[in-house]
Ligand binder design. Sequence first.
Ligand code: PLP
Length: 421
Amino acid sequence: MADTKTTRPTNVEARLRATARAPWLSDWGKRALNLDYEEVGLQSPVVTSHRIAELGDGLKDVVNLSAGGQIHRDPPQFVMDAVRQAVDEKRFHYPGVRGDGDLRVALAEKLACDNGIQADPDTEILPTIGAQMPIDGAIRLLVNPGDDVLLLDPEYASIEPVVRGYGGNVISVPAHDTPSGWVFDPDDVRKRVTPKTKLFAFSNGHNPTGLLFSREQLHAIADLAHKHGFWIFSDEEYEKLVFDGRKHTSIAALPGMFERTVSAYSFSKAYCMSGLRIGYMAAPAAFMDHMYNVIRFEAQAVGALGQRAALAVLRGPSEEWLRPVIADLQADRDYLVARLNAMPHVRAHTPVGCYFVYARVDRDVPSWELAERLLLEARISVISGTNCGRSGKHYLRLSGCVGRQRLVEGLDRMERMMKTL
Ligand SMILES: Cc1ncc(COP(=O)(O)O)c(C=O)c1O
């Protein structure tokens, strides 16, 4: 018999709550807990982030529809070969804070060719631990306590706690759920700019809605950044995972924007190598001199094997490898959206800029409770919308990247449960 008791504190959660005011804990540690969510009747996504994992511990046969990576797929053979070769070459020692020179040259060529960004490989590009390290680095180096940071709501879960940790004020810019799909209106940014605005941070393609920002929208943001003097953090984790033949545009490629943009990229998702923890960032040299210090003091260097794997992607036939992968993911995306829309109480739009579907569930059950019930009663794991922002009380994020077999099984289970809600 399934244990259907929900919203109970878990071990880590209990400890986090018990220490939330501890005198020894820094302001960073306290602020990053996002406990202010609970003052407005939501659940803190940070404090409760272990709940699903702990509830799921020991549960058998859970279908994971929350995964961010393509867990059913191996990286390209030429990437695995490069890692093997790096082991044979005994690349086990510190690679240097700046990373491998040949990798940075290849990254500069890729940025110029694919993104239209001219960045100097010696001073304006650094390999990083995924695109996650640049989130922390950019915010740490740009945001002072009391600065306003404009963030879409919803947005990738990791950005808000980091902004709060460094004392920034999160100013939410809504993405609109309209009958014809998710809509971003740059005018919503304009309305929220103040003299305290330091940064606009966003993911493009957008996790979780799958929005892909148009050139016109990016121009509008760029105009505001120029006019009001704020910086941009552009998280382009999903740049290669774009559907329907659409083209991804990097805001740093727009006139005058490289000078005020920190762009982050990753090999994790497209090439199924999230475990190698390799990404990179590009920004003006004056900023990168400080990012060098962040990497040096925080991590000493970025893993040597991941850097060789990244070089293999850049120098190998990765576009050819990616083409059928994208076709598969696009078919799975269509299947996921169709199945969700056929369920009672559920409404989903078709994502273009990544493989997540951010679905609305019109039921009087908050998303965090629904996610727990889906796990305990239906044995599927999904992400509660409140992980992605305050507007997420009635949304769930589901991954279309876990393979068709898991999708079919997971959605069958979800459908059965939705019929009982
Ligand atoms: C938008 C976005 N940025 C960054 C990351 C971090 O991933 P990684 O550090 O593996 O590149 C993720 C992972 O889910 C993501 O969705």
